[in-house]
Design a protein around this ligand. Structure first.
Ligand code: COA
Length: 259
């Protein structure tokens, strides 16, 4: 399948999925999310594919978030729909019985951090950083970040990161359990392939069941995702959200009023 914003290749049973909007730091616009949905369905359905890597084009960004120019135009109703759609696609990634590794080659911010966290493992290049800076835009993470970040790094650290919008470098990311490995930019895909090649020789049914059992342990609070989508939609109707996104687009510092 050919796409506008995503490149795919399949070699020796491993699919490499590259988000390719380099001029926007691979930000996820709705079109790209739609394409990702189709690619992940192909990964599920094609029995010749045993595992996948998701990465971003270039050496600067994995994915720098949802596309702010698009989300700045949302209203409360389609804001909720947009969060639910992103959550569904990322849940499909998380629940895939085939191993999916995020090769985090640069900034993984907002929706990019959430995409990496929906993958089963994360390998980071030395220059990569992750963060959930949505608060600076007057919104909150809406593609599962409020749920998956605490699962990975613990409640206290997750709250701190979402409330401060601070970015975390690769060394700290590994130390706090967000990243499985750090490696050089050149070795990023080879390292992911090394891990995948080890795991795809294991019995596929066991691989899928281990992923499913571990996911089940974390999905006791399933309605946390609904709470997140509702809260994301509520932010969209605030003046602070309009101010936050406008300030990003106009390249100025936002002035928030708390309403
Ligand atoms: N949505 C839309 N466009 C984005 C984007 C996003 N999430 N992230 C970056 N871009 C665009 C920039 O507007 C810029 O476009 P321009 O060349 O037309 O001005 C281009 O990508 C390059 O980004 P720039 O900001 O100039 O790069 P930088 O090196 O100065 O900063 C970041 C890099 C990642 C720190 C910065 O781009 C950033 O903060 N991005 C937004 C992160 C974010 O808030 N994500 C959560 C969204 S919900």
């Amino acid at each position: 399948m050919a796409f506008k914003n995503i490149k795919t290749s399949i070699n020796n049973g491993i699919m490499i999925i590259t988000i390719s909007r380099q001029e926007r730091l691979n930000a996820l616009n709705f079109e790209t999310l739609g394409e990702l949905n189709k690619v992940i369905k192909e990964l599920y359905n094609d029995i010749s594919i045993m595992g996948a890597i998701i990465t971003g084009e270039g050496e600067k960004a994995f994915v720098a978030g949802a596309d702010i120019t698009e989300i700045s135009k949302l209203n409360e109703m389609n804001g909720r729909k947009s969060a639910e759609t992103g959550q569904e696609i990322f849940q499909m990634i998380e629940n895939c019985p085939k191993l999916i590794i995020a090769a985090v080659n640069g900034y993984a911010l907002g929706g990019g951090c959430e995409l990496a966290m929906a993958c089963h493992l994360r390998v980071m290049s030395e220059n990569a950083k992750f963060g959930q800076p949505e608060i600076n835009l007057g919104i909150i993470p809406g593609y599962g970040g409020t749920q998956r970040l605490p699962w990975l790094v613990g409640k206290g650290k997750a709250l701190e990161l979402m409330l401060t919008a601070d970015m975390v470098n690769a060394n700290d990311a590994k130390e706090m359990g967000w990243a499985n490995y750090i490696t050089s930019q050149e070795n990023l895909i080879p390292k992911c392939l090394e891990i995948l090649n080890k795991i795809i020789t294991k019995p596929a049914i066991s691989v899928g069941l281990i992923i499913d059992c571990v996911n089940t342990a974390f999905h006791k609070q399933e309605d946390g995702f609904q709470t997140e989508a509702n809260a994301f939609a509520a932010c969209i109707s605030t003046g602070d959200f309009k101010e936050g996104t406008a300030a990003f687009i106009e390249k100025r510092v936002p002035v928030f009023k708390g309403k």
